[in-house]
Design a protein around this ligand. Structure first.
Ligand code: SF4
Length: 360
């Protein structure tokens, strides 16, 4: 089927075809851009009308960063380090405060647009600089490439990077939500390809489609999942063929794997997920902020870091509730005065639903 990226008539035809299959499906995606497309274009509601409920899972890197990781950056900031951070992280509350608050109290917290920006800042000052490295497989290769290319002696990395497939496995194994299919993220998949998702279809019988970000991409992705379900199939298909290859980008994966290695890590709203984090390999130990500033960070060991009171971000990130089902949504919690990270980040479900004023 040949189609333009935005074509109302074609969208209606795909919706009709999904409806004709007469299925009740609960699907999950793990991508802030997919959530934006779903809500901005009213697809959530249109799909609900044909029996499809789509939940956002742990697909926002800022949202899944834990209060402990934020406390680590705060402690380093309060100990005189320059913190280099993506703008979306600034207002995310840790257990005690936020980087935005620390900045107003005089800490040196600087917004960067990428790791190269951080390296540039470090080159221009004498102070120790700590780059809070956040992101999935999409952004981790650029951090890896920067470290391989040599960074100044005063540049360190606080790794908060995570891998998507282990989190999907955790969601499936936790079994808290019925899952008839997964819409896999296009950006991440341009790097890792389709192979790393395959075990989820083979071991757990869950259909998967890697989808692009235009409204028709998502509708087509849902239709492909519905057809798999109808035929009793479970495999990984690529809808986003204009960007994603089965093998992904082997060069980027090679660079990433040469600098980072998988490690067990907690995600916000989740317990520790085996092999879902990315830590610097031993040979990059001199760049690892957790090792270099071990004495400062020791203060945090053994402490508990509770979630903000009343915040359901963990449940939102596990797909158990939708943003507008949180009692604080739009009242105590707004983008101007956020309680949880899902209201702060542009990729957070609560922020997106608030911005467009509707779920569907
Ligand atoms: S509305 Fe606010 S408090 Fe509720 S889940 Fe979203 S971010 Fe958390």
């Amino acid at each position: 089927m040949k189609y333009q990226y935005r074509d109302r008539e074609m969208g209606e035809r795909i919706l009709q075809k999904i409806g004709d299959l007469d299925l009740e499906l609960t699907l999950m995606h793990v991508c802030g851009t997919h959530q934006d497309t779903l809500i901005r274009h009213g697809l959530q509601g249109l799909l609900a009308d044909v029996g499809v409920d789509i939940r956002q899972g742990p697909g926002c890197p800022v949202c899944v960063t834990t209060p402990k990781e934020i406390e680590e950056s705060l402690l380093l900031a309060k100990n005189g380090k320059t913190i280099l951070v993506f703008g979306d992280m600034l207002k995310v509350p840790g257990a005690s405060s936020s980087l935005s608050q620390a900045k107003t109290e005089g800490c040196d917290v600087r917004v960067v647009y990428g790791v190269d920006d951080g390296v540039r800042i470090a080159r221009g000052i004498d102070n120790d600089c700590v780059f809070m490295s956040i992101g999935f497989e999409t952004t981790t290769p650029s951090s890896a490439a920067a470290l391989k290319a040599k960074t100044p002696d005063n540049f360190y990395v606080l790794t908060c990077n995570r891998l998507v497939p282990p989190a999907l496995k955790a969601i499936v194994q936790m079994g808290e939500i019925r899952l008839d299919g997964l819409i896999e993220p296009g950006h991440v998949s341009t790097i890792i390809g389709s192979e790393p998702y395959r075990f989820i279809s083979e071991e757990y019988g869950i259909p998967q489609v890697i989808a692009g970000f235009e409204p028709l991409d998502l509708l087509m992705g849902v239709y492909m999942l519905a057809k798999q379900k109808m035929k009793g199939e479970s495999k990984v298909e690529i809808e986003y063929t204009r960007a994603v290859r089965e093998e992904g980008n082997p060069k980027a994966v090679e660079v990433m794997d040469s600098v980072f290695e998988p490690t067990d890590v907690k995600w916000r709203g989740f317990p520790v997920i085996p092999d879902s984090g990315q830590e610097l390999r031993e040979e990059y130990g001199s760049k690892n902020a957790r090792l270099v500033f071990e004495d400062i960070l020791a203060e945090l060991e053994g402490r508990e870091f509770p979630e903000p009171e009343g915040c359901l971000c963990g449940e939102v990130l596990r797909g158990i509730v939708t943003s507008d089902e949180c009692p604080l949504f739009g009242t105590a919690c707004t983008p101007e005065s956020p309680v949880g990270p899902c209201m702060v980040s542009a990729e957070g479900s609560c922020n997106i639903v608030y911005k467009y004023g509707k779920m569907g």
